[in-house]
Design a binder for this molecule. Structure first.
Ligand code: AVJ
Length: 321
């Protein structure tokens, strides 16, 4: 077998298929009541690093807990997945979770998808050095509005991997559409997905408002990303991080709250924010495991196998097409 010196890369520009340029869509969100910005703008060269730092925090249990659950079930998953699957990693980031599956899964091809393209290139260059015989494809694309894969992605026995409870960024209705879309691209194979479970409010709260302020920096840095994207003049110092658990909707919400009255300008517009006004930047839904399994079945998966940690804080689900 010929070794691969570097992954093949595909990069797609911001999806403007809805006919609305990205910049106008972001501005429309800022002008709305209440104002909001998509959580995808949390990421970028700095945002992706800050997120990596979050995963190391003592308060942020999801990454650590998921890793423990994964260690306990990966051999069983490998057996169920069969020989030489195509591993399609959605939101691959630093690729560390997928890397931990290679030995048991023995994938025929590894496909890493992430919208933070430069960060992904960097992660994959390291990975390819360590696994020179594994065929790797990198795809720089925002798949939040649906995933299209290039023909170079093998069709036989696909295992989609969507860890970290990123599914929690979608409302349950959107999640159903997204999961059904993945199911449609997976005639044979399945989906291995991580989901964060409902638990006590104090634990949830601390995980999204840590003592070091790393999550605050992650949230506030979104304003730097907006300034670069739409040419706005947000002053980070005028805003504060705010995280709260919405019990009714079972979701953590992140907001940015104005510390004082402030007016933000961008080419072609401006908006005044009164002290205490909030911009909604992220939802992170928390599920009861039974409800999430129901959602997977509604999305068209025939059988679902689940694993959790002893505290039942986080679950991994293997859903079969
Ligand atoms: C990457 C969406 C799973 O919701 O826990 C972490 C992002 N936001 N801390 C999450 C996040 C604040 C994370 N996901």
């Amino acid at each position: 077998m010929t070794p691969h010196s570097s992954p093949t890369f595909f990069s797609y520009p911001a999806d403007e298929s809805a006919g609305v340029p990205e910049r106008s869509a972001v501005i429309a969100g800022l002008m709305a009541d209440p104002p909001w910005v998509s959580p995808k703008y949390l990421y970028g060269p700095l945002g992706s690093r800050l997120f990596d730092a979050i995963t190391e925090l003592p308060e942020y249990y999801p990454t650590r807990t998921e890793r423990t659950v994964l260690e306990g079930c990966r051999d069983g998953i490998a057996r169920a997945a069969g020989a030489g699957p195509t591993l399609i990693d959605l939101g691959a980031g630093n690729c560390e979770k997928a890397r931990s599956l290679f030995a048991s899964l023995q994938p025929r091809q590894y496909v890493a998808v992430d919208m933070s393209v430069e960060f992904l290139r960097h992660s994959m260059a390291h990975l390819q050095r360590d696994f020179p015989h594994l065929e790797m494809l990198g795809i720089g694309v925002d798949f939040s509005a649906g995933l299209r894969l290039p023909d170079a992605v093998r069709r036989e026995n696909r295992l989609f991997f969507y860890p970290g409870s990123s599914i929690g960024n979608f409302t349950p209705e959107e999640a159903l559409v997204f999961l059904a879309g993945i199911r449609a691209q997976c005639p044979v194979g399945g989906l291995l997905i991580g989901v964060d479970l409902v638990k006590s409010e104090s634990i949830l709260q601390a995980a999204y408002d840590d003592a070091l302020g790393v999550t605050a920096a992650f949230n506030l840095n979104l304003l730097n990303n907006l300034n670069a994207l739409i040419g706005s003049d947000f002053a980070v110092a005028d805003w504060r991080h705010c995280a709260l658990f919405n019990t009714t909707l079972s979701r953590i919400e992140m907001h940015l709250e104005a510390r004082r009255d402030t007016t933000v300008h961008w080419p072609g517009g401006a908006r005044r924010f009164a002290q205490g006004a909030r911009i909604h930047t992220e939802n992170s839904y928390k599920y009861a495991l039974a409800d999430f399994v129901t959602l997977l079945r509604q999305a068209g998966y025939r059988r679902v196998q689940t694993w959790t940690d002893e505290k039942e804080w986080f679950a991994l689900c293997h859903a079969f097409a």
